[in-house]
Design a protein around this ligand. Sequence first.
Ligand code: PMP
Length: 404
Amino acid sequence: MDTMMSLSSQDTIELFDQFVIPNYTRYPVSLVEGSGSWVTDAEGRRFLDLFPGWGCNILGYSPPGVVEAIQGQAARLIHVPNTWYIEQQGLFAEFLCSRSFGKAFFCNSGAEANEAAIKLARLHGSARGRYRTITFERGFHGRTLGALTATAQPKYHEGLGPLMAGFRYSPIDDLDAVRELVDNETCAVMIEPVQGEGGVRIPDPAFLQGLRDICDDNDLLLIFDEVQTGMGRTGTWFGYQQTGVTPDVITMAKGVAGGVACGALIAQEEITGDLRPGMHASTFGGNSLAMAAGLATGAIIEQQNLLQHVVENADHVRQRLTTLQSQLPIIREVRVCGMMIGIDLTIPSAPAVGLCMERGVLINATQETVVRLLPALNVSREDLDEGLDTVAEVLQQMASQRQE
Ligand code: PMP
């Protein structure tokens, strides 16, 4: 079967109507190929994507070095089970841990990485009867039942009860609230170093340090969900490196293998023994293909000095958006952490998505009022400026319509 054939968008939509469970709201467009920050639909229309792959396409669409690595690895070995040693898994673990700490466990997605973290924390606390994890309002940790329960947003819980026992929710930036929730059944605190889906909310560094202290004082594990902030997104390899706080566990997924499904958990060496043989596994986790893609992704970030590029682009974006904010009162707040960009409006942000798309630029809206961008780490200044011009034009239009 020729999987490279290109159907029209309408043909693909008809297939979906007939055969695909409609659990997503989709734009009526089928995307068929891409390069860098640009993606093309079945009709040949090109879009500049400032939100490529929901942050998974960290080097843009089909980055050549990752494509070559996948092609080469696929021809040699796609998958072997974890009952064998896998060279690429060892090498990618070395790559990630030597830029963070500890040892790695591999899986295939963010939710799965967080499940592993929750299990590790429970195993760590089990001898003392501890099982409860504290998470944070507006956080997002995934859709599996454990990760979903960890996600303290009622809208995602509707109709799914009873949820898992063993979670408590706190507001961010409120250490007293956290202290009140800690008891002798608590085993961990889990937080995103920057809340992504929650609207690019950046916790106060003093709050994160306070969490570290609470965890140290009560022998709890501090888990950072780096599914969105990992692999260079914030301008350092991991988001925690921006905060001055070192957690016990980090989880990652999204861009870690340049768009190939891959998740990972990294834990400090002294607690890794809790994930003992037989207690946790993932059939596809750490497969040769994903690991080769991850190694290529990491090598490109390093060789092309992309962490520095992210920092420079982030400064530029902050400057441009702060200027725009001074001209447009509908912008309540601008939040930038590397290539995680949130523009919080005083009005609903959803219309901005369609208006930008009409002008050929792809963005995201979240949490009712936030315009969110997750550009590729290697986005060129030219593309970034072109995209920001469009976002500015659209926000100006939304502001003027509001005044009419
Ligand atoms: N954690 C965070 C911080 C996320 O942003 C996401 C996905 N948006 C997840 C976990 C879940 O990842 P996945 O969809 O790969 O399970």
